[in-house]
Design a protein around this ligand. Structure first.
Ligand SMILES: [Mn+2]
Length: 437
């Protein structure tokens, strides 16, 4: 995607909403993601920082957005810092925005080259008492990587040691949690494409295929429908691979009688969809597979009814544990007596269901939000129960994306087959024509 999908009014409105949440005399700073080196002169595909995108629509690296609503000089209330035009670099990497183009996308009137940030920062920091920065708090920091936002907060703290610093993350989480109609529309379209990819898998899959061939079918359908690609690394996990929750090697040969778990979604205009289905490789569930599948589907339906205002993500997850407990007992995995004796901190259901049953969905596949906050109409959440029995080499997960309304949610994936009978029906392969007599 080369251009933002939304009109500048979308980004202008987001900045207005942020300004209301900021304390008086605050400077808020958003930094781009880094370009991540891959090898030699290659980089991984660049992805803009989601908060910066949400506030500006600018997809270029080396971008900074400053929002300083109370600045005495109106010119400095919103500033976009962007890369210099560079004739040589543009031969290799393509066009860079002029100031005018950046204004047309973002609605920010003041556009300055990013090289001048170090001079301009004095003018916007001095009249401010607070500096709020968009350190991404939800990303996995399981390495020593010092990202642009972390480098800049160190720089700012050295330069302005007596300012008070604050977190943009909780404010951004509350803004991004409830989606506007434009965002809902894009996510719904992403869900449509995801459904097409699933239907293609249903007609293509056969015993003797590799998991990666299914990935290729999905990728093809996603790309040819105009999505930018997968919203996350797709999972094609057959047989016991389905018990590895983030399996994405997708290399195994699939055989007759096995299940394959698919967890995938198209990304469209920077917004994600997220779908899971578990289907029989040969087109028919065995009685045991169907028994477990139907248990997952019952939990799916029960969870769906509590994805509504009044419940928080944390509460829905606790309820999912109760629903699974009933199903596990019914399946004979343990007894109610075992449940009564269990350590409440280590509930038995976690042996067979060990992940969250819902998460917010948006610009990020696991979108930022406060997990303790009750849901509100306009939020989009997944509904994704699963059951994993490594001893039997079986893992089943079902997942649809739900738009929260004042009552029951709208299932944005209701067009994607989920009933076991419908899955089997759609998987019936046309019988080859008999040879002419
Ligand atoms: Mn999910």
């Amino acid at each position: 995607m080369k251009k933002a999908a939304f009109q500048p009014s979308f980004f202008i409105n987001n900045r207005k909403k942020l300004a209301v949440l900021l304390p008086p005399k605050t400077l808020a700073l958003f930094f781009a993601n880094d370009r991540m080196p891959r090898s030699g002169d290659q980089h991984f595909l660049f992805r803009q920082n989601s908060d910066l995108y949400y506030m500006s629509g600018i997809l270029q690296p080396d971008t900074i957005l400053a929002v300083c609503p109370d600045h005495p000089n109106p010119r400095y209330r919103e500033i976009l810092f962007i890369q210099h035009a560079d004739a040589v670099r543009e031969i290799w990497d393509g066009h860079r925005f002029s100031s005018k183009e950046a204004t047309a996308v973002s609605g920010v009137e003041t556009v300055i080259h990013v090289d001048e940030f170090n001079q301009v920062i004095d003018d916007i920091a001095y009249p401010s008492n607070y500096i709020y920065v968009n350190v991404a708090e939800d990303i996995k920091r399981d390495n020593e990587l010092v990202t642009y936002d972390l480098r800049m907060i160190n720089y700012l703290k050295t330069r302005f040691p007596l300012h008070q610093y604050g977190r943009l993350a909780p404010l951004m989480a509350s803004l991004r949690f409830v989606k506007y109609s434009e965002e809902i529309h894009v996510i719904q379209n992403a869900c449509e494409i995801t459904g097409k990819a699933f239907n293609r898998v249903l007609s293509a899959i056969r015993p003797g295929m590799h998991e990666y061939e299914i990935e290729a079918e999905m990728t093809c359908e996603i790309m040819r429908n105009g999505a930018s690609g997968h919203a996350f690394l797709p999972i094609v996990a057959s047989a016991k691979n389905a018990c590895v929750l983030h399996y994405n090697v997708n290399s195994r040969l699939m055989q007759e009688g096995e299940l394959v778990l698919l967890d995938f979604g198209a990304e469209l205009s920077y917004y994600c969809s997220d779908c899971s289905r578990t289907i029989p490789v040969s087109g028919r569930f065995t009685p045991r597979q169907r028994q477990l599948y139907e248990a997952a589907l019952r939990v799916f339906r029960k969870i769906m009814h509590i994805i509504r205002p009044g419940f928080s993500i944390v509460q829905i997850n606790m309820q999912a544990g109760r629903f699974w407990e009933e199903e596990h007992v019914r399946l004979g995995l343990y007894s109610m007596e075992d449940v009564r004796r269990q350590d409440p901190d280590q509930p038995l259901y976690r042996k067979y269901f060990m992940h969250g049953v819902t998460h917010s969905l948006g610009l990020d596949v696991h979108d930022v939000c406060d997990r303790y906050q009750p849901l509100e109409p306009g939020a989009i959440l997944t509904c994704e129960p699963g059951i994993y029995i490594p001893e039997e080499g079986i893992g089943i997960r079902l997942e649809n994306d739900m738009l929260v309304t004042p009552s029951d949610p709208i299932d944005l994936m209701k067009h994607i087959p989920i009933e076991p009978d419908e899955i089997e029906e759609r998987m019936k392969k046309p019988t080859p024509c008999p040879p002419p007599a």
